[in-house]
Design a protein around this ligand. Structure first.
Ligand SMILES: Cc1ncc(COP(=O)(O)O)c(C=O)c1O
Ligand SMILES: N[C@@H](CCCC[NH3+])C(=O)O
Length: 436
């Protein structure tokens, strides 16, 4: 596999170019750390998913999992590309509404939706709620009565599949906090409550087996298990699902060692597996919904940092420190995630040393990259870390009271600020003095 940065160009000055804009110009204009998104990549990723359904002449729906990166600007792009949006909180729902998404194009997830989250979903008349547990069924039912409203739902099931990914991002295994267990009859119990419910309309089943998955066998197993269940419900209750939703989880390439399939290949495998099951069971093919997050925005993002201090421990390691770290990218600390990077202002120089890139938080574990080949560098050089578009800004935090970086979109040579850099006033804005 090629290195991820090989998709980027380097200009005659030897500077990295993102979306036809010199990365060093962006740094001069907006400062660092800076998240930069090439919006053409986001658009192409959306289109690949949508077009695969069209080409296969199957009714499909692509909902962007906005947890990967939620902002008004990105959701406007998502809407322009015709996608739906999935949200997991009031904050994500609020952002989607502010971005102008029609409420019927919004789905809501969550393993512990609160009364007020469900109320907000009902008040805005969103398109679908993915129900996760029995408590939620009762709460939703009570609220729908109160509001004299109805709601389309999917039932989230955990099929008991261990997807081949990091333990923290598996969600389809039996021992998971998400969804109704298929094996032990919990899903069936939920179905029995919902089958003739006056205000909750069960459209079908949902299942998300995990994230950053490189193969399709586990998706195909999920399809088989879901249809086995649906077949039982058909025999016992004459129930026919209108929708099956297989979530997101399609892997992307962070380093040259990652070998994801094409986006279209994940979708084609899902379609094929569903068709096989519906043919076998002789039932109409339901709509197939998916919820990609990472594979929409992940490879579109690059984070630019300024290099500061450096330290060499002879015979052991050379550290270079940057002006961000686990506050803008939690993934290395949380999942030992690996990244590739280049020196944006020296992108045409040969690599002559191996370094470890440290963040500036007070944690030894705040390391962004352990082994990075780079040319000779000095303070003030710019480090560009690739593939930071998913779960970067969305998991950014204020540890050590760092302010959150700015986000810039670039497209066809134009750049635009879409999230302002936080100020220190922003950081303390909710603090109140303790008056005694
Ligand atoms: C229910 C659900 N849908 C979709 C996603 C998006 O996953 P990914 O970003 O891996 O595509 C997630 C996150 O893993 C999720 O929990
Ligand atoms: N935040 C995770 C993925 C979790 C997906 C949400 N269910 C990551 O960065 O890989």
């Amino acid at each position: 596999m090629q290195s991820v940065h090989e998709i980027y160009q380097v200009n005659e000055k030897g500077h990295l170019v993102i979306g036809e804009v010199d990365a060093t110009t962006l740094v001069e204009k907006y400062g660092t750390p800076l998240y930069v998104y090439d919006i053409n990549i986001v658009r192409n990723n959306c289109r690949e998913f949508v077009d695969t359904f069209k080409q296969n002449k199957v009714k499909g729906r692509v909902a962007y999992a906005s947890k990967a990166f939620s902002s008004i600007g990105v959701l406007q792009v998502i809407q322009q590309e015709g996608l739906y949006v999935d949200v997991v909180s009031k904050g994500e729902l609020y952002t989607a509404m502010k971005a102008g998404l029609p409420p019927e194009k919004i789905h809501m997830h969550g393993n512990n939706k609160s009364r007020s989250e469900l109320e907000m979903a009902i008040q805005h008349k969103i398109g679908c709620i993915v129900i996760d547990n029995i408590y939620e069924i009762h709460l939703l039912s009570e609220l729908l009565d109160e509001y004299n409203q109805e709601m389309d739902v999917l039932l989230r099931v955990t099929p008991g599949i261990k997807s081949k990914t990091h333990r923290y991002i598996m969600t389809g295994n039996e021992d998971s906090k998400f969804g109704f267990n298929l094996q032990n009859g919990q899903a069936k119990k939920a179905f029995e409550i919902l089958q003739n419910h006056p205000s909750i309309h069960l459209k079908g089943l949902h299942c998300h087996i995990g994230s950053q998955i490189f193969e399709t066998e586990t998706f195909v197993s999920a399809v088989q298990l879901i249809f086995e269940e649906l077949s039982e419900w058909r025999t016992s209750y004459e129930y026919i699902a209108e929708v099956v939703n297989f979530g997101g989880g399609f892997g992307i390439s962070y380093t040259k060692d990652d070998n994801p399939l094409a986006r279209s290949a994940y979708v084609e495998q899902l379609i094929e597996a569903v068709q096989e099951q519906t043919n076998r069971l002789n039932i109409p093919i339901p709509e197939i919904w998916i919820e990609p997050g990472r594979s929409i925005v992940g490879d579109a993002g690059v984070t630019l940092y300024t290099i500061g201090s450096m330290k060499e421990i002879p015979g052991l390691r050379k550290y270079i420190s940057v002006d961000g770290g686990m506050t803008d990218n939690l993934r290395p600390a949380l999942y030992q995630a690996e990244y590739e990077a280049v020196i944006a202002n020296k992108a045409n120089l040969p690599n002559t040393q191996n370094v470890s890139v440290a963040g500036k938080c007070c944690e030894s574990g705040d390391m962004l990259i352990w082994d990075l080949p780079i040319p000779q560098v000095e303070a003030e050089d710019i480090l560009a870390v690739f593939t930071t578009g998913a779960y970067g800004y969305s998991m950014a935090n204020h540890y050590n009271r760092f302010s959150k970086p700015a986000v810039v979109f670039v497209e066809n040579g134009q750049d635009q600020l879409v999230i302002k850099r936080e100020t220190y006033q922003d950081v303390v804005k909710n603090d109140l003095p303790y008056l005694k």
